[in-house]
Design a protein around this ligand. Structure first.
Ligand code: GLC
Ligand code: GLC
Length: 817
C-alpha cells in the first residue's frame, strides 16, 4: 500500500496521510544550518555539529514517536477548539492533509473546521536560520477569530549534556524577549559566543518561555494549557526548560488569507569570550538585521526560489530518461539528493543516528562523495583535504572526526584497515570527474603529527603503504579491527556486555586477513598507479603494479573457496565465508569487490561467484549479506553474530553492498541481472509495499530485514547510508554506462535487451553532453559507434571540450561493424 506519490515535475514526494508507518523525514539546510523534519513537522535543528550546537530538543525514544518539532497551534477563539495543521502533536482528524517533501524544503498543510493552513519550512542558502512560512485561509462563510501559538523547545546546545546532566541543566537555562524576539542565550554570559532567536512577523498578544507555563503540569505537547485556555503569561525561564512560544491573534474575513512568518535562527558574534561586565547580553544588531529581512514575505519567496534554482542547477549535472520511471526519478532527483545529504550530514543525525555519537566517518565520507562529486566538486575537494588531514603518519586514519573541530578521534573505534584505501578511491573519483590535478599538490598535515605536512599525493601513497605494511600469512591484507563490515571483528573478542566490539581492545592481529581489503586495494591502487604514471612517478607506479600483481596472486591462491570467494581468515587462521563453515558460508562483499577489481573475470571464477550469489543470497527484497545467517553466537568473529539472524550485518539485505553486485554483473556483461538487482532495492519500486518496507519510498535505507528475520522486507535506518552513492554510481556509470575516466567520459552501457533507447544529459568538465543511446539490435553490451556533433569518433571516450557548449552524442549499441 502507498501513503503518497511522487510529483516528478516538482521534484517532491507528496504524503497524503499523516500516519505513515514511521515518521518520513526530509532535511532542511545543508552546510551550516541543518534541520531534520518529518511529515508531521517533527524533528530538530543544529548548527554544523549535531552534538555540540543543537538548537532544539528532540527525544529519540519518546512515545508517541516524533513528539518534538516545529509546531504551530491554531485556536478558534469562538469555541476554544484548537489543532495542529501538521497533525502532530494534537492529532485531530484533519481534512486534505498533505506533506510535500522537496529538495531542502517541506510544505505541510491541512484543513480543519473551515480553516486552511499550510506551512513551508526551509533554510535559505547561505543563512543560518530556518523559515516557517505559514499561510492561513478562512474558507468559512463568516469571519474567523483565531489565535496562533508557535512552539519550540530549546536544547541547551550540547545534545549529550542536554540529555544526561540534569543537576546542572536545570539551573543554567536563560532566555530573554527583546522587542518580540525570543532569545535563547544559555551559557552566553560565559563561554559561548552564540545564541538562538525565535521571531515572528506579527505583533504578539503574548509569549511563553517556560515550558511548564506553556504545557501545564503533567500535560503533553498535544494539549498545552496555554492553548487550551487561550492565554499566555509572558513567562521568563531561568534554569528549567526554556521554550519559545509566540501568541498571535488573527481575524480573517471569509475567503481571506494571511501569511505569518516565524524564524528560528542561530547567531554568532565576533566579540571576545569570556566577556567582561556589560557583555552579558547578546549583540543583537547583526541578528536583528537578518531577522527583519526575512520577516518579509517577498524576501522569503525569493529565497525559496533561489533554493530551488540551486538544486535544479546541481541536478542538471546529470539527468536521464530511460523507459523505467522509477529509475528516472531516483537518478534525476532523489538519489542525487540523498547522496548530497549524506555528504553533508555523514552518519550524524537522522531518525536512527542521534546526532550525538557519530561525526564524519572516514570510510563513509569518502564513499558519500562518489554520488555527489559531479554536483558539488568544490565541496568534494575540500572534503578530501579534510579527510586527508585526519590521516595518520602510518598511512592509517582516524575512523571519524567531529565537524566543528575537524579533529579525528577514536571514540567509535580505531584500526579498521580498509579505511585509508577509500581516500584513494574518492580522490581518483574526484580527478576523473574534474581533471583538477592540482589537488594532489595541496599540502596537508597529518592528524597525529601536525608538524608534518605533505602533498595529498604522498598521503595516498602512504595509504597504499599502510595495507602493504600489514600483510598476513597468506599475503592478504590484515583486517585489523574490521574492514568495510564493521562487525566482522576478527581481532576483538569482547566477552563483556559493557564493552562494545567496536572499541574493545584489539589484539596485535598478525593473522586475521580480509579478502575484501585485497579487492579494494586492487581497485584503489590501479587508479593510484595510473595517477603515479601521469605524474611521472615511475618508481611508485612500478611498486604499485607489482603490489597489485602480488595481491591478485594471493587472492587466486588463498582467496578462492572453490565456488566463490572466501571472506577472510580469522585470528586462528581459519576460513570465514567458506563452504566448510557450518554457518556464514558465503558473504556478499568479496563476490562483488573481486570482480569489480577485475579478479576472476577471465577464468570463470567471477561468473561462478556471482552465480552463487544469485542462488544463495538473492531474495525478492534484495541480496543478503551472508548465508546461512549465524544462529550460534560466535564471539571469535566479533559483533556480527550478536545480531539475530536476518538483521544488520548478520544476513540482512545490507543495501550498500547490492550496487557492488550490480557493478560486478556489469563487468560480466550480464545486463538483465544487473538491472533486476538494481530494481529490487530501488525505494520507488518498493513504494507500493510501503506497509512492508515501512521507510521512506524516496530514499534508500541501510538494511532490509533478510530471509531469516521475522519481518523479511522491512527496511530500517533510512537516509544516511552509502547505498545512495553506490546505487547512483552503479546505475549511471555501469548500467547506463556514462563513466568518468581520467581521459574523459567513457561510454560503456550494459542494459537489458528491451531497453531500446535512453538519454543521458551530463555536464562534465565545462561542457554538456546530450547523449542518446540506441540499441536497435537489443544487445546487452558493446558499442558499435559513437557520433559527436555528427562526427564518428574513435574509441569510446568522449573528447573533453570545456567550451560551455552542448554537444550532441549518438551512441549505437551492437557488434562493432
Ligand atoms: C555502516 C557504517 C559503514 C560500514 C557499514 C557496514 O553503514 O556506517 O561504515 O561500512 O555499516 O558495517
Ligand atoms: C557500526 C556499523 C553498524 C554496526 C554498528 C555496531 O558503526 O555501522 O552497521 O552494526 O556500528 O554497533
Amino acid at each position: 500500500m502507498r501513503y503518497g506519490h511522487f510529483d516528478d515535475r516538482r521534484r517532491e514526494y507528496v504524503i497524503v496521510r499523516p500516519d505513515t508507518p514511521l515518521p518520513w523525514i526530509n532535511y532542511l539546510g545543508g552546510d551550516a544550518f541543518v534541520g531534520i523534519i518529518s511529515n508531521t513537522a517533527g524533528g530538530y535543528s543544529f548548527y554544523r555539529d549535531a552534538r555540540l550546537r543543537r538548537l532544539t530538543r528532540y527525544r529519540y525514544n519518546d512515545v508517541p514517536v516524533d513528539g518534538n518539532g516545529r509546531y504551530v497551534y491554531v485556536r478558534d477563539e469562538e469555541d476554544g477548539t484548537y489543532w495542529s495543521p501538521t497533525w502532530q502533536p494534537t492529532r485531530r482528524d484533519l481534512q486534505g492533509y498533505s506533506c510535500r517533501h522537496g529538495l531542502g524544503y517541506t510544505v505541510i498543510g491541512a484543513s480543519y473546521v473551515g480553516i486552511d493552513a499550510e506551512t513551508t519550512y526551509f533554510v535559505p542558502l547561505d543563512e543560518t536560520l530556518e523559515i516557517w512560512s505559514m499561510r492561513l485561509t478562512n474558507c468559512r462563510d463568516e469571519p474567523a477569530r483565531l489565535s496562533l501559538y508557535s512552539a519550540v523547545e530549546f536544547c541547551l546546545w550540547n545534545a549529550l549534556e542536554d540529555a544526561t546532566n540534569f543537576q546542572r541543566n536545570l539551573n543554567i537555562g536563560e532566555v530573554a524577549v527583546e522587542a518580540g524576539v525570543i532569545v535563547h542565550k544559555t551559557e552566553y554570559r560565559e563561554r559561548r559566543n552564540h545564541f538562538a532567536t525565535f521571531a515572528c512577523s506579527e505583533p504578539l498578544a503574548g509569549f511563553e518561555t517556560q515550558r511548564d507555563a506553556f504545557l501545564g503540569p503533567y500535560r503533553g505537547w498535544n494539549e498545552p494549557v496555554a492553548v487550551a485556555r487561550g492565554e499566555t503569561s509572558n513567562s521568563l525561564e531561568v534554569g528549567g526548560f526554556p521554550v519559545g512560544v509566540h501568541h498571535v491573534r488573527l481575524d480573517l474575513w471569509p475567503g481571506a488569507s494571511k501569511r505569518v512568518i516565524f524564524l528560528l535562527g542561530y547567531h554568532e558574534d565576533r566579540r571576545e569570550t569570556p566577556r567582561g561586565p556589560g557583555g552579558e547580553s547578546p549583540d543583537m544588531d547583526g541578528a536583528r538585521r537578518t531577522i527583519e529581512r526575512y520577516l518579509r514575505a517577498d524576501v522569503v519567496d525569493e529565497a525559496l526560489e533561489r533554493l530551488r534554482a540551486n538544486w535544479d542547477r546541481r541536478l542538471s549535472a546529470l539527468q536521464v530518461a530511460t523507459p523505467e520511471p522509477d529509475v528516472d526519478r531516483m537518478i534525476n532527483t532523489w538519489t542525487a539528493y540523498q547522496s548530497a545529504v549524506a555528504f553533508n550530514v555523514s552518519r550524524s543525525a537522522s531518525r536512527y543516528e542521534s546526532g550525538i555519537g557519530r561525526g564524519i566517518g572516514f570510510r563513509d565520507a569518502n564513499q558519500d562523495l562518489l554520488g555527489s562529486v559531479h554536483m558539488i566538486p568544490e565541496k568534494a575537494r575540500a572534503r578530501i583535504l579534510d579527510l586527508a588531514s585526519t590521516q595518520l603518519v602510518s598511512g592509517g586514519a582516524y575512523h571519524q572526526y567531529q565537524p566543528l573541530t575537524r579533529q579525528g578521534n577514536d571514540t567509535i573505534g580505531t584500526g579498521f584497515n580498509d579505511d585509508p584505501l577509500w581516500l584513494i578511491h574518492a580522490t581518483a573519483a574526484y580527478l576523473k570527474e574534474t581533471g583538477d590535478w592540482s589537488v594532489l599538490d595541496e599540502s596537508v598535515a597529518y592528524g597525529d603529527d601536525r608538524r608534518t605536512s605533505e602533498p595529498l599525493y604522498d598521503h595516498l601513497i602512504r595509504a597504499a603503504g599502510y595495507t602493504l605494511d600489514r600483510l598476513g600469512p597468506h599475503g592478504l591484507p590484515l583486517i585489523g579491527r574490521a574492514d568495510w563490515n564493521d562487525c566482522l571483528n576478527l581481532n576483538s573478542h569482547s566477552r563483556d556486555p559493557d564493552e562494545p566490539f567496536q572499541t574493545a581492545p584489539i589484539r596485535d592481529g598478525d593473522t586475521a586477513e580480509s579478502v575484501f581489503i585485497a579487492g579494494l586495494f586492487c581497485i584503489a591502487c590501479d587508479d593510484l598507479a595510473e595517477i603515479a604514471r601521469r605524474r611521472g612517478d615511475a618508481a611508485a607506479e612500478r611498486r604499485l603494479r607489482t603490489a597489485i600483481g602480488a595481491m591478485r596472486a594471493a587472492v587466486d591462491r588463498h582467496g578462492w573457496d572453490g565456488g566463490w570467494f572466501l571472506r577472510a581468515y580469522d585470528a586462528a587462521g581459519e576460513k570465514v565465508g567458506s563452504h566448510e563453515n557450518g554457518e556464514g558460508q558465503i558473504f556478499i562483499e568479496p563476490q562483488a569487490i573481486c570482480p569489480m577489481a577485475g579478479i576472476g573475470l577471465e577464468d570463470g571464477r567471477a561468473t561462478s561467484a556471482l552465480d552463487a550469489v544469485e542462488r544463495r543470497l538473492a531474495t525478492e527484497h534484495g541480496i543478503l549479506l551472508l548465508q546461512p545467517a549465524y544462529t550460534k553466537y560466535r564471539p571469535d568473529l566479533g559483533e556480527i553474530s550478536s545480531y539475530p539472524p536476518g538483521y544488520k550485518e548478520n544476513g540482512s539485505v545490507f543495501c550498500h553492498t547490492n550496487p557492488w553486485v550490480v557493478i560486478a554483473e556489469c563487468r560480466l556483461g550480464r545486463a538483465d541481472r544487473a538491472w533486476d538487482y538494481a530494481l529490487r532495492i530501488n525505494p520507488a519500486k518498493r513504494e507500493r509495499i510501503s506497509e512492508i518496507h515501512r521507510c521512506e519510498p524516496y530514499v534508500y535505507a541501510q538494511t532490509i530485514v533478510g530471509r531469516d528475520g521475522r519481518d523479511h522486507g522491512r527496511a530500517r535506518n533510512s537516509w544516511l547510508t552509502g547505498t545512495a552513492s553506490w546505487a547512483y554510481v552503479a546505475m549511471t556509470q555501469w548500467i547506463l554506462g556514462v563513466r568518468p575516466t581520467f581521459d574523459g567520459l567513457e561510454i560503456d552501457p550494459c542494459v537489458p535487451a528491451d531497453v531500446r533507447e535512453y538519454r543521458v544529459v551530463r555536464r562534465f568538465r565545462g561542457a554538456t553532453y546530450d547523449i542518446r543511446v540506441e540499441n536497435p539490435d537489443g544487445v546487452a553490451r558493446g558499442v558499435r559507434g559513437i557520433r559527436v556533433d555528427g562526427e564518428e569518433i574513435d574509441g569510446s571516450v568522449l573528447p573533453v571540450f570545456d567550451d560551455r557548449a552542448t554537444h550532441r552524442v549518438t551512441v549505437t549499441l551492437g557488434a562493432p561493424s
